[in-house]
Design a protein around this ligand. Structure first.
Ligand code: COA
Length: 440
C-alpha cells in the first residue's frame, strides 16, 4: 500500500520509470493517457520487451501503429479498433479473448501489472481524483501495480461511483490539458431506423436498458423518446443515454438495483455527455467486474440488452467480433449483457443486424451483397454469443424470438427475417444440413 502523496513530474520523467520487460496497463477508451501513449516510442532505443494492455485504444500512436517498434512494444487488447486491425498484420498487436466482466481480473491474475498509466480529474480539496471516463479494470490494475502514473487533466469530468482515488495511492501525476476524446453520433440510416423501431416497440415503460455504440443503438435511443420511467444499467454511457436522461425518459425510478441512479463502467461520447457527468451524483461509474456481471445485470427487472453481430448461423450462433479468423472488434460485453438481460425478470436481449452486408470481393474489388444470416459461419469465426444464449434477433425484415426454440424452429424463424433474395438458398442449405425437412 502506497502512503505518500503523489509527486508531480513531467511526461519525460514518467517515461523514465519504464524498465525492460515491464507490463503496463493503460486506462481505456476515453481514459487513455494520451501524452504517455504518444511519446512512449521515444524510449525504444533504451528498452526491450515492454507489453501494454488497453481494452480499447483511441489514439493511433507510433508505438503500435508503426511496424519498426514491433520488437520493442507489444499491445494486447480485448477489443480491436481500425488501427489495431491494421497493426495486427504487422505483428505489433495481439488479441485477448474474454468477456468484458472479469477480463481485467483474469489477465492481471496471470500477468501482474508493473505500471498503470491513466488519466484523472484534478486533485480535489480532500485529496481525491476521479478516474473519470473509465472504471472497467482500472482500479484493479492500480491496486496491483508497482508504479501508478496518472495524467491529471482539468478537461476530464469528475465522475462518481468507485472511480475515486486518493493521492496516497498514486505515485506520480503529470499535468496535461488535452481535450477529452469525443465520439460523435453515428449516422443513422433507414435500416437503423426500422430496426430501432422494432426494438423500441418491444421495450415497455419502466424497463432498464443497456445501449452500446453505433448507428443501431443510436437509432434505438432516438426511438425510445416516447417511453417513460426507463432505467440505465449499461456498460458504456453514451450521448444517446444522456439525452434520454435529460428528456426525463430515463429516471431510474423503477430499478431494483441503484434506484434513481444511472450506472455504467465507462463513458464515451460528445462533450455534452462529459459536461453532464461532471460532478453529477446521479451517475455512477462502477467497476466493470461488477457492472457487467450477468448475475448483477439480472437483478433489475425488465432489463433490455441490445447488441449487434457480423453474422448469425441458422442454429443461432452469433459471430460478432471477427470476419472469419480476422479479428474485427471484440466480445466486449455482448455475452455479459445478453445473458444478464435473460437472468432478469421479463428481461429481453436483442441481437440486431442488417439482413445483408456489402462485402468487397478480394479478386474483383467489387462490393457484393451477402446474407448475414448464413447456414454456417465463416471458417475461424469467433462465436461471441452462444446459440444457447441467443434470444430476440432483429433485421429490417422483423424480429424473431429464438429463446427456447429447437434448431428446426429457429432455422425457419431466422430464414423469415433474412433478405428475400437469400431465403430460397438458405432453405435449400438448411434441408441439406438436416436442420429442416422438405414438405414439413
Ligand atoms: N461478412 C463479411 N463482412 C462483413 C459481414 C459479413 N457477414 N458483416 C459485416 N461485414 C463487414 C462490413 O462490410 C464492414 O466492412 P467495411 O468497413 O469494409 O464496409 C465491416 O464488416 C463492419 O460492418 P458494420 O456492419 O459496419 O459494423 P458495425 O461498425 O456496425 O459494427 C459489430 C458491428 C458487430 C462489428 C459491432 O457491433 C461489434 O463489434 N460487436 C461485438 C461487441 C459488442 O457487441 N459490444 C457491445 C457491448 S461492448
Amino acid at each position: 500500500m502506497k502512503t505518500k502523496n503523489a509527486k508531480y513530474i513531467t511526461i519525460k520523467q514518467a517515461l523514465s520509470k519504464i524498465k525492460d520487460n515491464d507490463y503496463i496497463v493503460l486506462g481505456m477508451a476515453g481514459a487513455e493517457p494520451r501524452e504517455f501513449v504518444s511519446h512512449i516510442h521515444e524510449i525504444a532505443p533504451r528498452i526491450n520487451h515492454v507489453t501494454l494492455t488497453n481494452c480499447l485504444p483511441i489514439t493511433p500512436v507510433p508505438f503500435y501503429v508503426d511496424s519498426q517498434y514491433k520488437d520493442k512494444f507489444q499491445l494486447d487488447g480485448w477489443f480491436y479498433n481500425p488501427s489495431m486491425r491494421k497493426a495486427s498484420e504487422n505483428g505489433n498487436v495481439s488479441f485477448i479473448p474474454n468477456h468484458l466482466h472479469l477480463a481485467g481480473k483474469k489477465r492481471f491474475d496471470t500477468h501482474k501489472p508493473d505500471v498503470f498509466v491513466g488519466v484523472c480529474s484534478p486533485v480535489d480539496k480532500h485529496g481525491y481524483v476521479s478516474l473519470s471516463l473509465s472504471n472497467v479494470y482500472e482500479q484493479d490494475a492500480i491496486s496491483r501495480a508497482r508504479v501508478v502514473i496518472l495524467e491529471e487533466n482539468p478537461n476530464f469530468p469528475r465522475v462518481f461511483g468507485d472511480v475515486e482515488l486518493h493521492v496516497s495511492k498514486i505515485d506520480y501525476l503529470v499535468k496535461t490539458s488535452y481535450p477529452a476524446p469525443v465520439l460523435t453520433k453515428a449516422t443513422i440510416n433507414e435500416k437503423d431506423k426500422i430496426i430501432g423501431k422494432y426494438i423500441s416497440d418491444l421495450i415497455q415503460d419502466g424497463s432498464c436498458i443497456q445501449l452500446g455504440i453505433g448507428g443501431m443503438p443510436d437509432a434505438v435511443a432516438d426511438a425510445l423518446i416516447t417511453k417513460k420511467n426507463l432505467g440505465l444499467h449499461t456498460e458504456m454511457f453514451t450521448t444517446g443515454a444522456m439525452k434520454l436522461i435529460k428528456a426525463g425518459v430515463i429516471n431510474g425510478s423503477q430499478k431494483q438495483l441503484y434506484k434513481n441512479k444511472h450506472v455504467a463502467c465507462f463513458a464515451l461520447g460528445e462533450k455534452e455527455l462529459y459536461d453532464f457527468l461532471d460532478n453529477n451524483p446521479s451517475c455512477l461509474m462502477l467497476d466493470g467486474n461488477f457492472v457487467n456481471d450477468p448475475a448483477v445485470i439480472g437483478q433489475n427487472d425488465n432489463q433490455v440488452s441490445i447488441n449487434a453481430c457480423i453474422e448469425i448461423d441458422l442454429s443461432g450462433q452469433c459471430a460478432s467480433e471477427s470476419i472469419g479468423f480476422k479479428q474485427f472488434s471484440g466480445t466486449g460485453g455482448q455475452s455479459d449483457t445478453a445473458v444478464g438481460a435473460q437472468n432478469s425478470k421479463n428481461g429481453i436481449s436483442f441481437i440486431a443486424l442488417y439482413s445483408t452486408a456489402s462485402v468487397k470481393n478480394p479478386e474483383t474489388g467489387i462490393r457484393e451483397e451477402t446474407s448475414k444470416i448464413v447456414p454456417i459461419l465463416k471458417p475461424g469465426a469467433a462465436v461471441s454469443l452462444s446459440r444457447n444464449d441467443v434470444d430476440r434477433v432483429v433485421t429490417e425484415y422483423g424480429v424473431v424470438n429464438l429463446r427456447g426454440t429447437s434448431i428446426e424452429e429457429r432455422t425457419k424463424l431466422l430464414i423469415s427475417i433474412a433478405h428475400p433474395n437469400f431465403r430460397e438458398e438458405l432453405t435449400k442449405e438448411a434441408i441439406r444440413m438436416g436442420y429442416i425437412f422438405e414438405g414439413k
